[in-house]
Structure formats: structure tokens, C-alpha cells
Design a protein around this ligand. Structure first.
Ligand SMILES: NC(=O)c1ccc[n+]([C@@H]2O[C@H](COP(=O)([O-])OP(=O)(O)OC[C@H]3O[C@@H](n4cnc5c(N)ncnc54)[C@H](OP(=O)(O)O)[C@@H]3O)[C@@H](O)[C@H]2O)c1
Length: 339
């Protein structure tokens, strides 16, 4: 055991982290420590059964992170903006002065700072991989200032650079593209075959209803499959990379075409005006999402003007990944269409 390298994975029960776990479990040169708030959960127990050293840690508690990071050769850190936002909604934290999405972002930033501070104290650490996103306020030159789930992650990566030079020298940034699973799992994004007063859809077409324009290129990733292969390459190659990670660079319409091929169901994008209310999103979150979509179109999801950004093809050995269509072929379409 002692001769194996140790990777510590924050978010090991989630999309990105589980993929990192799966990749490193297959490599006998590594052992894997997976962090969770609840080692008794079914996901955590399943990791344990597969040989992961499951350790309890909470990103709100820096001492738990310091203990969990002990002896790490590599650390992968991801934060969960939407989980924090959901918890604030449950706790009914809304007041007229406090936007919950801003509160969630601030909480996410503090969690990331805790993980960064703890990682900076690990003596033998060789590589730190931070899951982050681009700074919308900065790269849109303050045109869009409400995309907190991007901005606060970007502030965390800036924090590594500004306050922890030794850790920064071992760091690579992993920017996950848009998750494909959102478009087959999340009620707000999955295709609908509804036929009502607003949407005439008598032919049973699978409609992806969105406020995002359909014909500009985006990075698409199957986070639960692709994160691990990318993170492994980032650990093997030199640090200092800022990777926009994706399996295909495609428009929303092309992604929906891949869904159509896989599902053998006629599928289309329906772009609705941003002024139309959304039954699933409170106004503050709708503004955050709509501004995000406009930013992706005008400035690039990854901030196309950021000179540090690299694409998968710029890696020395880019991982071999499946296509979007292959991803969709593995879905249970009857379940998607019954949601
Ligand atoms: N959807 C997209 O298109 C997209 C694209 C790029 C980036 N993202 C970002 O991806 C992030 C979510 O990542 P994901 O989808 O990989 O995660 P996920 O599947 O939503 O799972 C969340 C993970 O975070 C862990 N976690 C949450 N709070 C924690 C805490 N306080 N301490 C320790 N662990 C904690 C959870 O572990 P336990 O519950 O076991 O404790 C779980 O493993 C979000 O911040 C989102 O902004 C999303």
C-alpha cells in the first residue's frame, strides 16, 4: 500500500468525483481516498465495497479536510453550488436583501478556500486539480454580473494564484463543459412531448425548451464518464494548465441531433423568449441562467479571450472519449419521456 500513490477525491459520490474515482481505481499504481459528508450513504458504501478508502469530511469544516488530505500525492476538488443553493431554499433563507444564489456562491467560495488552504499544507502533494469555471463578470467586461456559479468558482482559482504560490505551482484547472446528463435528467432541461396551449406538439416531438440560442458552439461533457480521464492526464502532464474539458464541441442543435439519432425520436430545440416565466426557476436563478446563456454565446463558455485556456487537443495525450450519441444510446428513453 505504502508504495502506491494516493489521490484524494472531494465529491467522490457525485458526477465529477465518481469519474475520477473510477479512473484511478483501475490504475494499480494508485490508491483512492473518497470524501463524503456521509459515509453511511448507499453511494459511499458502494465506493467502500469497491476498494475506496471512504473518509468523512465537510468542506465547511477545514479541520476535517486537513485530516482527509493527509499523505495525498494528488487532490481533486469540486464544489457543489446547486446543492448549497438547494439547502438554502430548504432552510427558507430568502429575505428581500439577500439573493440566495449570491449567498450560495459566497458559501461555495468559502468552501473552496477551505479546501485550498488545507491542500496548501500537505507536504508531499505533487498535483492539485481544481474544478472551476470562467469569470463571467471579468470576461464579459461587466456586461453580465449575475452568474454566481461561474464567478465564485473563478474567484477560488484566483485565490490559489494570489495567496498560495507553492500550491499554484502544482495546480491545473479543470473546467467542465456543459453536462449532457442535465439534458436527460433535470426537469428544467429534459425534452418534453407536451401538447398544450403554449406548445403545440401533436406529433410527439421531443422538444428541448430553452432560452439559449441553438446555433453557437459549446463544450459538451459526460461529467460522470469523462472527468476521470481528463483529470488523470492533468495529473500526468506538467501543471499550470487551464483546460476546458469536453467530448464534443457542438451547437445545442447538434447535441439534440445526437439525441434524435440515439433515441430514434424526432427531436428539436424550441427557443422561447427570455421574458417568458419559467415554472421551475425563481426569478434570481432565471436571471443567472439567462445571463449565463448570453455569456456563452457572446464571450464563450470557457471565456474565449482568456489566453490561458487550452482545449483537449492541446494536451500531450488527450483521452479517448465516446461521442454524445454514444452517451445518449445508453439512456432509458421511456424514463426520460415519462418524467
Ligand atoms: N451542470 C453542468 O452543466 C455543470 C457544468 C460545469 C460545472 N458544473 C458544476 O458542477 C458542480 C457539481 O459537481 P458534480 O455534478 O460533480 O456534483 P454532484 O453530482 O452534484 O454531487 C455533489 C458532490 O459534492 C459533495 N459535497 C457537497 N457538499 C459538500 C460538502 N459541504 N463537503 C464535502 N462534500 C460535499 C457531495 O458529497 P456527499 O453528498 O456524499 O457529501 C457529492 O459528492 C456544481 O458546482 C456546478 O456548478 C455543472
Amino acid at each position: 500500500m505504502a508504495d502506491k500513490k494516493l489521490i484524494v477525491v472531494v465529491g467522490s459520490t457525485g458526477n465529477q468525483g465518481s469519474s475520477v474515482v473510477n479512473t484511478f481505481l483501475k490504475d494499480t499504481a494508485w490508491r483512492v481516498r473518497g470524501l463524503t459528508r456521509n459515509p453511511a450513504s448507499s453511494k459511499a458504501k458502494a465506493l467502500s465495497a469497491r476498494g475506496v478508502e471512504v473518509v468523512q469530511a465537510d468542506m465547511d469544516d477545514i479541520s476535517s479536510l486537513s485530516a482527509a488530505f493527509r499523505d495525498a500525492n494528488a487532490i481533486f476538488v469540486v464544489s457543489d453550488f446547486w446543492g448549497i443553493y438547494g439547502a438554502l431554499v430548504q432552510q427558507n433563507k430568502h429575505t428581500s436583501e439577500q439573493r440566495l444564489n449570491l449567498l450560495a456562491g459566497e458559501s461555495e467560495l468559502q468552501q473552496l478556500k477551505n479546501a485550498i488552504d488545507a491542500a496548501s499544507q500537505v507536504p508531499g502533494l505533487e498535483r492539485f486539480i481544481l474544478s472551476t469555471l470562467s469569470n463571467v463578470t471579468k470576461w464579459s467586461r461587466k456586461k453580465y454580473t449575475h452568474v454566481y456559479h461561474f464567478d465564485l468558482k473563478a474567484r477560488a482559482s484566483a485565490y490559489v494564484e494570489e495567496t498560495h504560490s507553492a500550491l499554484w505551482a502544482k495546480t491545473s484547472l479543470f473546467q467542465a463543459g456543459l453536462f449532457l446528463n442535465t439534458y436527460v435528467e433535470s426537469p428544467n432541461f429534459i425534452p418534453h412531448k407536451v401538447n398544450n396551449d403554449i406548445f403545440q406538439n401533436e406529433d410527439g416531438i421531443a422538444q428541448f425548451i430553452t432560452t439559449m440560442a441553438a446555433d453557437f458552439k459549446l463544450p459538451w461533457i459526460a461529467a460522470e464518464e469523462d472527468t476521470g480521464p481528463f483529470v488523470k492526464v492533468l495529473i500526468q502532464e506538467k501543471p499550470g494548465k487551464n483546460l476546458i474539458a469536453y467530448r464534443e464541441w457542438a451547437t445545442l442543435r447538434e447535441m439534440v441531433q445526437a439525441f434524435q439519432e440515439a433515441s430514434e425520436t424526432k427531436s428539436e430545440v424550441v427557443v422561447v423568449p427570455r421574458s417568458q416565466p419559467n415554472e421551475f426557476l425563481p426569478p434570481d436563478l432565471k436571471l443567472e441562467i439567462d445571463e449565463g446563456f448570453l455569456y456563452f454565446e457572446e464571450f464563450g463558455y470557457e471565456a474565449r479571450d482568456d489566453p490561458t485556456i487550452i482545449h483537449p487537443k492541446d494536451l500531450e495525450e488527450p483521452p479517448k472519449l465516446e461521442t454524445m450519441e454514444q452517451y445518449f444510446r445508453k439512456r432509458d428513453f421511456s424514463q426520460i419521456f415519462s418524467t
